[in-house]
Write a protein that binds this ligand. Structure first.
Ligand code: ADP
Ligand code: MG
Ligand code: ZN
Length: 476
């Protein structure tokens, strides 16, 4: 077999986090009874007129700036004409001739070092409605709630050479867009959707092979599997002397295989033309500067700063900055005077454990910065001990609970009453002659049994340092 190389370019759709749709004031909120978030504009009624949502332009521009694109300050919308039942106008308002962003790139980390993945363009467009296939009544229904939800489509150059590079690129985009607050970028909920264009060629060849496009990929795992599957089947075709057909395929992740949806259409099939209902967009220098100056601190800078300024290990900074809500929690706590390492320990240890238990994503954590800071202060001030702290943390984790009030109500304050504690320990020592004998024979670990029983007797509220001190006083 010849030595092959895989070539991949991505088309990534991202639903923008605007409150209202791109060309009308209907809500973009997910869910809702079918067709309740609709109006004449987003259901394509004749005579209705679109009005552009300014926020869409701002988000698209912000993403373009963050991905090193040139912003097309004079751009416009075009109609992409096609019929499909989820598309009531019979055209989609999109951008073909003058996309809002062009010629950008992002940097990804690969095994061979940093690599640039070039972005061909980013354009704005509207999402379509959703068909609901009802097997029960043997018919298809259409829900237009999603019709007109704003999207950006980020088109890369065919610069990726492996599934790992594709995932690194998507992670990078996700982080940039989440840090901007422009979308929550959830592959499993469809707010980020990646279509994989893939071809193979003999290693060393300077020409690209014929590509296929695979759709319906809703997790990183599905993307990796689809890439492997498509690479192998293209190589098999070439090895057996056949040709790859340029077509769009749909991935079925449960069957781990893809099937042809349609042969590839060309842009000319859509009869694009400038949308006569919308005026061209002019992004003035002032507006552009305003958007530029409002850009947040992104992940890479944050990560470097955490190590530099707060002296937490690189490993901690890597994990915390991977999810914007965790980075926000960390910064809130540090701002309120928490030790950075203590804050990061809770974010990496207990937070990740609970997230896994609850089977949620780290970016779904609802704990408020104020509650997290107050919680850390309770530990730092010696109000609660580490055992109780875990219980309190679980209690405040989902948000809406004040840790100070919680500790008060549940009587969880650390017991600092030395005399009381001494009495308890004396009783325990009396009941455990074996542990005492072992301890006094030099096996200091035998104290563990006494500490354990003391904690139990005090419902976990005793001060561990105090226990150790009293044991030492009594037995040494
Ligand atoms: P179209 O406009 O027909 O969808 P484009 O040329 O704009 O096609 O490319 C769409 C995507 O396919 C881009 O992300 C691009 O990087 C990728 N692509 C183009 N040619 C190839 C190829 N031979 N192999 C892999 N990906 C490709
Ligand atoms: Mg395309
Ligand atoms: Zn509407």
């Amino acid at each position: 077999m010849k030595d092959y190389e895989v070539v991949i370019g991505l088309e990534v759709h991202v639903e923008l986090a605007t409150k209202t749709k791109i060309f009308c004031s209907c809500s973009t909120e997910f869910g809702g009874a079918p067709n309740t978030h609709t109006c004449p504009v987003c259901t394509g009624m004749p005579g209705s007129l679109p009005v552009l949502n300014k926020q869409v332009v701002e988000y698209a521009t912000a993403v373009g700036l963050a991905t090193n694109c040139t912003i097309t300050q004079n751009c416009k919308f075009d109609r992409k004409n096609y019929f499909y039942p989820d598309n009531p106008q019979n055209y989609q308002i999109s951008q073909l001739y003058l996309p809002i962003c062009r010629d950008g790139y992002v940097e990804i980390e690969t095994e061979e070092g940093t690599k640039k993945v070039r972005i061909h363009e980013i354009h704005m467009e509207e999402d379509a409605g959703k068909l609901v296939h009802d097997d029960w009544t043997d018919c298809s229904l259409v829900d237009f709630n999603r019709s007109g939800v704003p999207l950006i489509e980020i088109v890369s150059e065919p610069d990726m050479r492996s599934a790992d590079e594709v995932i690194a690129y998507l992670e990078k985009l996700r982080l940039i867009i989440q840090y901007l607050g422009a979308s929550d970028c959830k592959l499993n909920e469809g707010s980020m959707r990646a279509d994989v264009n893939l071809s193979v060629r003999e290693k060393g060849s300077s020409e690209f092979g014929t590509r296929t496009e695979t759709k319906n990929l809703n997790s990183f795992k599905a993307i990796a599997r689809a890439i492997e599957n498509e690479t192998n089947s293209q190589i098999d075709l070439l090895e057996s002397g056949e040709e790859v057909v340029q077509e769009t395929r749909r991935w079925d992740d449960t069957k781990e295989y893809s099937y042809a949806m349609r042969s590839k259409e060309d842009a000319q099939d859509y009869r694009y033309f400038p949308d006569p209902d919308l005026v061209p967009i002019n992004i003035s220098d002032e507006w552009l500067e305003k958007i530029r100056s409002a850009q947040p601190e992104f992940r890479d800078e944050k990560r470097a700063r955490y190590v530099e300024e707060y002296k937490i290990p690189q490993y901690d900074a890597d994990i915390i900055t991977l999810y914007k809500p965790l980075a926000d929690l960390f910064e809130d706590a540090v701002k309120e005077g928490s030790s950075p390492k203590e804050a990061s320990n809770w974010l990496m240890g207990e937070t990740m454990r609970i997230v896994k238990d609850k089977n949620i994503e780290p970016d779904q954590v609802k704990l408020e910065g104020s509650a997290f800071s107050a919680f850390l202060k309770l530990i730092q001030d010696g109000v609660i001990n580490k055992t109780v702290a875990k219980e309190v943390f679980e209690a405040i984790f989902d948000g809406g609970v004040d840790p100070v009030a919680y500790v008060e109500e549940h009587g969880l304050k650390m017991d600092n009453d030395t005399d009381g504690l001494k009495k308890i320990i004396e009783e325990i020592i009396e009941k455990n002659p074996k542990a005492v004998a072992d301890y006094q024979a030099g096996n200091k670990k035998a104290a563990g049994a006494i500490v354990g029983q003391t904690m139990k007797a005090t419902q976990g509220k005793a001060n561990p340092q105090m226990i150790n001190q009293i044991i030492s006083e009594l037995l040494d």
